[in-house]
Every structure is written in structure tokens, then in C-alpha cells.
Write a protein that binds this ligand. Structure first.
Ligand code: GLY
Ligand code: MN
Ligand code: MN
Length: 499
């Protein structure tokens, strides 16, 4: 990455060329700028930089593939909130440190409704009367070359890359586009009821501060969360793509698992990440690369431990596609390719529980059914092994199995790994499964290294198996089924990939 050799930090482009012309010495740098090399821009250079650039406007652009889906989604949103102005921001860059930012990831509501993922973007849906809305997408236009913005501003395209022109963006997203630098004033001046999706853009929220209430904004978020419970065809194709890439990422890991350099969890994380970045946008969440006893820590993302033969590796990872849909898959693998007897016993119990859970995923079933089916199997095993005193019904009633099962058996999946989290209980946790829903089934058993209530040989073993299911008209489809789950199949698959 370049330093500030020629990049001024101010975006006051108009005066920048002249200002930097003037003081070659004598003027004290500000505290922030004292280490920057202020560029000297001669009038000749400023004039030279204005001209000699080709017209690169693209006039042959087709709408993005999801444009008709986003239009339908906006129509559904419009029907729910007639007569109200709806504001859905993409969000802003977040500082990582000093002058570097985290990679930008658009707010899901914005991407879901527009197909666009640009930082600072804002979708405004203006009511057109008693019903209907006119949508406008607010984006930053191409850089101005006349005033030097494109090469003198930190947001100039010379620094950050070419943007779509507003006309190009209109073609791509099928929504009228305006300059985002006008949106805050437009919203400040607007009258009538308004709702905003919060937590993405403080400046937009500040512009609306006197006009919105937390309660009404929460209703907007809830509706958008519930809209995403049932995936459309575009989304199902994306989920399939995410799972297919994730399968390849797991295969990458197995291929390196017996190599000398793969002795650290970091190496596993990096191996999977390579696939995620090459085929998708990113990983959908911090990969859990948990070897040995780390597998008993549910959100082990430090990934700084060793990977040793004889141990299990619990790998929980998912590729997020370029359109921001993520898989969420777990396999628990014997590092040296063979389960020990006890590892296999525990693994097979989790497999059996997952099978029972998957069998309970079908339209009309309650969301809780697959959890209860899996918990019952795990509890039966724990009682059978003498780790908790039966009968099974009593253990389930008191929830005693949860010392080792720890978490719920699954969740909705989509643009967020824990998708649709603002949905109401009656539509989600206490709701009914419908075709088009995507969810995980992920039972596990975890024996903490310091759990004195189980025999020593159990301690430090953690097993989870997690797959991504689409609810279909007559049952479900396992989108991650290409990864073997049965213990003997896992061993055969590992042996084959290792050659
Ligand atoms: N990877 C997080 C989860 O399985 O829910
Ligand atoms: Mn997971
Ligand atoms: Mn999960």
C-alpha cells in the first residue's frame, strides 16, 4: 500500500492544488500531518492532470442477475409500510487502526434490497401516496477530474479504484441513482413518517434523529429479518454455491492435514481462507479451527494451537459468496485419518443425533423439532455410557444433558450466519418450517478438559457435525452432503484425498 507521498488527506480538492503550491517552507504542519510528505502541485501539473483521459463510460451494462428479485423484495417492503419513508443504509468503512480500515461488508438489508454493496450507499424508499414507493439509490459518483478530486482526494478513484457512474449504477441495479452527498440534507428536510435501519450509518441516523423512534425502526428490522426467512431462487442458488465452495475448502484442508507445515490451527485457517477469498467474498464468520481440547470451546477462533496426530480437528467454517450468502459447516476429523475407539463412539453418537435431526426437517414441522430429536439421541447415549443417571425423560426434563451438548441444534442461515436474528419468536424459534428456509443441523458433544464428572479418557474430546439444509416441498435437501459424515466414510474420504 502506498504512503502519503502524494495523497493529501483532505477532500477539499478545489483549493488543494493551489494551497500545496504555496508554502514550500515556513508553515508548520498540523499535528496529524507532521509525518506526511505534503505534495507540491504546480499549476502546470494541476492543469496537466485535468486532461488526456479517455471516456470510459460503459453503455452496454445489463442489470445484475438479482435485479428482478430485489425489485420484488422492495415491493413487499413497500406493501408493509405504506405512506412511510424507508431508509436503508449500506454502512460505512470502519477504522482498523490509524488510516487503515477493515474490509467493507455492506449491511445485509441494503444488499438484499438493492443487489449493491457499496460503502456509504443509502436506499431511500419514498412514499408515493397512500400506497407504493419510489426508490432512490444514493451513491458516490465518479471522481471529478476538473477539480483534481480524482487524484488529490483520499476517496479519489486514482486511489481507491474506478466506481460506477450514477448512470451505470442505474443500469446495473434498476433503481434511479443520485449523489450520496445530498442524502443527509434531503432526509433532514423531509417531512412525514420515516423509519431507518439502524446501526449502519451514524450520519444518516443523525439526520433523522428527530423523526424516528427505536420501536418503529425495530419493526422495520424485524420485517426485513422475517422476509429473509424464506429464500427465493436466487438465494437458494447462492446458498448452493456457498456450500459447494465450502466443500472444496474442507477438501483443501484434508489434503494438507498430513503435511509437516499443517501442524498449526493457523495453517488450517489459512488453507480454508484461500478458498474463501478465491471463490467467494470471504469466510462468513471467523473459522473455528479447533484441534484436540480446543474443540470443546464453542467459539474457538484464536486458532493458535498445535494440530497433532491422534487428536481430532473440529473445523467449523463457511465460504461467503460474492453476493454475501454463507455456508456454515462443521466436520470433526481425526488428524491422522483414523478415529480411536472412544473418538469413534462419541462421533457416531453425534452422527446418529444429526441423522435424527435431519429427519425432522420438513415443511410443517416446528423449528424446535429437529433440536428435540437430536437432543434425545444424545441424551440416550449419555445415559447409556453412565455419564448421567437416567431415565432419559428425567434428564431431558431437567436439561442435565446440556452440560455436554451445550448449544441449540441449529439456526437459520443466509446472508448472516445466524440469519434472520430480528425475527419474532413466533416466526422463528417457535415457528413452523416452510419450503425455502435454510438452516443448520449441528448437534455436538463436548467434554471439557477439566470436567471431573466424566472418566478421564473423555476429557478434551469435542465433536460437532454441522450441515446446511434447505427445506423442500417434501422434506429437505442437504446442501453440504458432498462432505461425508459417517465415521467410516470420513476415514475413506480422508485416505482418498491424501493419496
Ligand atoms: N459457526 C457458528 C455456528 O455454527 O453457529
Ligand atoms: Mn458452524
Ligand atoms: Mn451453525
Amino acid at each position: 500500500m502506498a504512503t502519503e507521498q502524494t495523497q493529501p488527506e483532505s477532500a477539499s480538492q478545489e483549493s488543494e492544488a493551489q494551497q500545496s503550491e504555496a508554502p514550500e517552507s515556513g508553515e508548520k504542519p498540523t499535528e496529524e500531518r507532521k509525518n506526511a510528505v505534503t505534495p507540491r502541485v504546480s499549476e502546470e501539473l494541476a492543469a496537466n492532470m485535468k486532461q488526456g483521459w479517455a471516456d470510459t463510460e460503459r453503455r452496454d451494462l445489463e442489470p445484475v442477475p438479482q435485479a428482478e428479485h430485489t425489485a420484488r423484495r422492495r415491493a413487499a417492503l413497500s406493501a408493509r409500510f405504506p405512506g412511510e419513508r424507508l431508509v436503508i443504509p449500506a454502512g460505512r468503512l470502519k477504522t482498523r487502526s490509524n488510516d487503515t480500515d477493515y474490509p467493507f461488508r455492506s449491511g445485509v438489508e441494503y444488499a438484499y434490497l438493492t443487489g449493491n454493496q457499496t460503502e456509504d450507499g443509502v436506499l431511500v424508499m419514498e412514499p408515493t401516496g397512500a400506497s407504493g414507493h419510489a426508490s432512490t439509490l444514493y451513491l458516490l459518483p465518479r471522481s471529478n477530474r476538473e477539480n483534481g478530486e480524482f487524484w488529490l482526494s483520499g476517496q479519489g478513484e486514482l486511489w481507491v479504484g474506478r466506481r460506477n457512474s450514477l448512470t451505470e449504477a442505474e443500469r446495473l441495479y434498476g433503481i434511479p441513482v443520485k449523489d450520496v452527498r445530498t442524502v443527509a440534507d434531503t432526509l433532514r428536510e423531509a417531512t412525514g413518517p420515516v423509519r431507518v435501519v439502524r446501526s449502519h450509518d451514524a450520519e444518516i441516523e443523525a439526520a433523522l434523529t428527530d423523526k424516528v423512534t427505536a420501536e418503529r425502526d425495530a419493526e422495520l428490522r424485524t420485517f426485513l429479518s422475517e422476509m429473509r426467512l424464506v429464500k427465493d431462487d436466487f438465494e437458494i442458488a447462492e446458498m448452493t454455491r456457498a456450500c459447494d465452495s465450502t466443500v472444496r475448502g474442507f477438501e483443501d484442508v484434508v489434503r494438507v492435514l498430513d503435511r509437516a507445515q499443517a501442524t498449526s490451527e493457523r495453517y488450517i485457517e489459512g488453507t480454508f481462507f484461500l478458498r474463501a477469498r478465491v471463490e467467494g467474498n470471504d469466510v462468513g464468520y471467523g473459522s473455528i479451527c479447533a484441534a484436540g481440547p480446543h474443540a470443546t470451546t464453542l467459539h474457538w477462533v484464536r486458532n493458535d494451537g498445535p494440530v497433532r496426530p491422534g487428536d481430532l480437528l473440529l473445523l467449523d467454517a463457511g465460504v461467503e459468496t460474492t453476493e454475501l450468502y454463507t455456508a456454515d459447516v462443521t466436520r470433526t476429523l481425526p488428524v491422522d485419518g483414523r478415529f480411536t475407539e472412544l473418538q469413534r463412539r462419541i462421533y457416531d453418537a453425534v452422527y446418529e443425533a444429526q441423522e435424527a435431526g435431519i429427519a425432522a426437517v420438513r415443511p410443517g414441522a416446528k423449528f424446535r423439532d429437529f433440536h428435540e430429536a437430536a437432543q434425545r439421541v444424545l441424551t440416550e447415549k449419555l445415559v447409556e455410557w453412565g455419564l448421567v443417571e437416567g431415565p432419559v425423560e428425567r434428564v431431558l426434563e431437567l436439561g442435565l444433558q446440556r452440560r455436554w451438548t451445550l448449544h441449540g441444534t441449529g439456526h437459520m442461515l443466509g446472508m448472516d450466519v445466524h440469519d434472520c436474528s430480528a425475527a419474532r419468536r413466533e416466526s422463528y424459534a417457535e415457528g413452523t418450517l416452510e419450503p425455502g428456509m435454510c438452516l443448520t443441523v449441528e448437534p455436538g458433544l463436548y467434554f471439557q478438559p477439566d470436567d471431573l464428572s466424566v472418566p478421564e479418557e473423555y476429557r478434551g474430546i469435542g465433536v460437532r457435525i454441522e450441515d446446511d439444509l434447505l427445506v423442500t416441498e417434501d422434506g429437505n435437501r442437504n446442501l453440504s452432503a458432498a462432505l461425508p459424515r459417517r465415521s467410516s466414510d470420513v476415514e475413506a474420504w480422508m485416505a482418498e484425498l491424501r493419496g
